[in-house]
Write a protein that binds this ligand. Structure first.
Ligand SMILES: Cc1ncc(COP(=O)(O)O)c(C=O)c1O
Length: 328
């Protein structure tokens, strides 16, 4: 193992295991030399901004979008340019029309955060073509790709990209747990050296103890089994939550059907307000976030996000039943 532990890019057997895994499960096109182990997506975004963006460069971000991305890219001097999205994910034509000078695009094509749309194949191709023609980088946040319950996942942008414009980020925060600060970047070959320097000067390397453990967990087949178990449990939890909302709160919450993710978006009926519902949920111990937390403008309808991954079905049903008793 000595000799494998001093690389800023991370523990080579883990990089090999991840490379094999994402090639099979996400259709990525890479070798282990392109895998950089990071402390989660948050560090992935910071390093990417540091290497590829200059002060004042523009970056597209979904509206509503991921507050972690907003914070990381803004802190690195980038100007955020909001792009609307629908059930087919980020509206690429809107972005090109409104923000043609962007240098980077942040997108979560598997599961747009927070509304949950999946970027359609035609939008993926349009985005890749436009990025290549305009020398724009794409940061692909694939945080939720393993939480897909019915339809087959669409191949990651990185795997469709022939022109090395995509920086792909994966994380173990969701499948393992958020405090397990391990994630990875898949970097175009031309960017390996600048990313190596950025990682080295950020924190020299990610802690090796977790890397060695995770490498064994994946290589011995435990991770793939774990993913299957977690996916099944999350599907049951999502179904229980949706059924409970339809039973107890049919006139208060309208839910978008979704076959992926670990939260659902509940659009509120006209007579309800986000702040009131959030307060009521918290009163009875239901974990909830207001949609406005993720909005840069206030033109979007009121909604709340309910996470379901951390609770067994019976708790979710009971929580919704209690909430129905205190909602007007
Ligand atoms: C949109 C999105 N991307 C990525 C992540 C994962 O971030 P990290 O790997 O830093 O825990 C999250 C976590 O909440 C998220 O919501």
């Amino acid at each position: 193992m000595i000799g494998q532990v001093n690389e800023p890019f991370g523990f080579r057997p883990l990089r090999q295991a991840i490379s094999d895994y994402v090639k099979t499960t996400r259709g990525l096109n890479c070798t282990e030399d392109q895998i950089l182990i990071v402390n989660g997506t948050q560090q992935a975004m910071n390093l990417t901004a540091h290497v590829l963006l200059q002060q004042g460069d523009e970056i597209w971000l979904d509206e509503p979008g991921y507050d972690g991305a907003l914070g990381a890219f803004t802190a690195n001097g980038a100007k955020i340019r909001p792009v609307v999205s629908d059930k087919y994910g980020m509206d690429i034509a809107y972005g090109i029309r409104h923000w043609p000078n962007a240098k980077m695009i942040f997108t979560a094509p598997s599961h747009q955060f927070p509304l949950g749309g999946t970027l359609s194949l035609s939008r993926r191709i349009a985005l890749l073509d436009w990025a290549a023609e305009n020398n724009v980088w794409i940061f692909e946040d694939d945080y939720n790709s393993e939480f897909r319950y019915a339809a087959q996942p669409i191949q990651a942008l990185q795997g469709l990209d022939q022109r090395e414009r995509v920086i792909y980020a994966g994380t173990f925060s969701k499948m393992m747990f958020p405090e397990f600060r391990l994630g990875f970047l898949v970097i175009p070959k031309s960017l390996i050296e600048p990313f190596k320097l950025a990682k080295y000067y950020a924190d020299t390397r990610t802690s090796y103890l977790e890397q060695v453990t995770l490498a064994a967990f994946i290589s011995d087949g435990h991770y793939a089994r774990h993913v299957r178990r977690v996916r099944k449990a999350c599907y049951e939890r999502q179904s229980a939550l949706i059924e409970a909302i339809q039973l107890y709160l049919p006139d208060s919450f309208q839910i978008e059907p979704s076959d992926s993710g670990i939260h659902i978006v509940c659009w509120l009926a006209e007579h309800l307000t986000e702040s009131d519902i959030v307060a009521k949920c918290r009163e009875i111990g239901l974990g909830v976030q207001p949609l406005s937390r993720y909005c840069q403008t206030d033109s979007i309808k009121q909604a709340i996000l309910l996470g379901f991954a951390a609770h067994p079905p019976s708790e979710l049903v009971e929580g919704i039943r209690k909430l129905a008793q205190i909602i007007p």
